[in-house]
Design a protein around this ligand. Sequence first.
Ligand SMILES: Nc1ncnc2c1ncn2[C@@H]1O[C@H](COP(=O)(O)O)[C@@H](O)[C@H]1OP(=O)(O)O
Ligand SMILES: [Mg+2]
Ligand SMILES: [Mg+2]
Ligand SMILES: [Mg+2]
Length: 368
Amino acid sequence: MASSDYAHELHIAQLAVQRAAILTQRVQATTSKGTLSKSDHSPVTIGDFGAQALIIAALRHNFHSDQIVAEEEADDLRNNESLREKVWSYVKETKLDDRESEEKLGSGLKDVDDMLNVIDLGKSKGGRSGRVWTLDPIDGTKGFLRMGQYALALALMVDGDVKVGVLGCPNLPVDDTAPLDADIGKDQTSGGEGKGVLEAAVLGQGAFSRPLTTGALAKERKISMSKVEKVTDATFCESVEAAHSNHGDQADIAKALGITRESVRMDSQAKYASIARGAGEIYLRLPVSKTYVEKIWDHAAGDLIVREAGGMVTDVNGKRIDFGTGRTLTENKGFVAAPSQLHATILSAVQKVLGAKSDWEIVEKQTL
Ligand SMILES: Nc1ncnc2c1ncn2[C@@H]1O[C@H](COP(=O)(O)O)[C@@H](O)[C@H]1OP(=O)(O)O
Ligand SMILES: [Mg+2]
Ligand SMILES: [Mg+2]
Ligand SMILES: [Mg+2]
């Protein structure tokens, strides 16, 4: 990628994600992942805490005054000595092979207390002003636990706009031309031969991929969304979890569009990462619950990478995603990501199907 605006931020974000992925892959390969259930009943593991600590430590060292909005917090570790020590043992041992790159990420965490404090640096409010990093250390923890897809997601926003996005996907094929295959979301071995991709984008500079494992030493490749012109030739992907997106509505929309291929289900922002390199075309995430509000860390990196690869991401009303609203995406409901040439057709099918449901309100159709 050209060295210009945000080159340093991009470089550090890529290295930080790459290093944290070494930790998550080691944790995924073990049987004791230290799973806890959070107050909202979602799982968190040694991998989530450890990756958050390592990534924020690198951000603290390089961009000391930036805000950080990250998913996890340290309270559950403060109350659990044995888990805290396990997380610390992974964190202190995880380093990049390349010494020069490791040094760029800083001198590391001093002790367990420093690690807990660093995890809690992710409690910022976010919002529409200044530099805000947003981090999901393991997006798709359920996928991580079922040995499926997961992603490490990191993005930088400036005044509410996403400028840099990085997605590390340890279980996606390293090969950008690998097709989107129905087995992709199923059980995998952790990492391994032929797996692991690091995607990145800077606003206005395109989207790129490189192997996750070789990182800085590997050549980057430009990636782009599918050029398919006929929506009937498209493949769509969606969450594995039926509680996270509405499989029924999504099937109705595919039918309305004349799509006959079965959807491909996988966890996490690996869905954005797949369509951004033309493995499949469409990612639909229509709400199941009327009360769940999506989080900025679940979409910021994927949104930028897809748009920089030639795609469009909107909510069901056709509005761009507004990341300046704080930790949650209060202005958007339902996500539609697709190649630009297909997006309008898909959005109109989404609105038709949802509009026919008695309990749905489409606010207004907006032209982008
Ligand atoms: N009810 C919900 N609706 C939509 N997304 C949800 C819901 N509950 C949790 N999530 C989030 O969806 C993301 C995973 O999406 P996917 O199913 O596409 O892999 C996770 O970040 C998860 O949050 P959390 O990390 O708190 O579990
Ligand atoms: Mg997530
Ligand atoms: Mg997460
Ligand atoms: Mg979570």
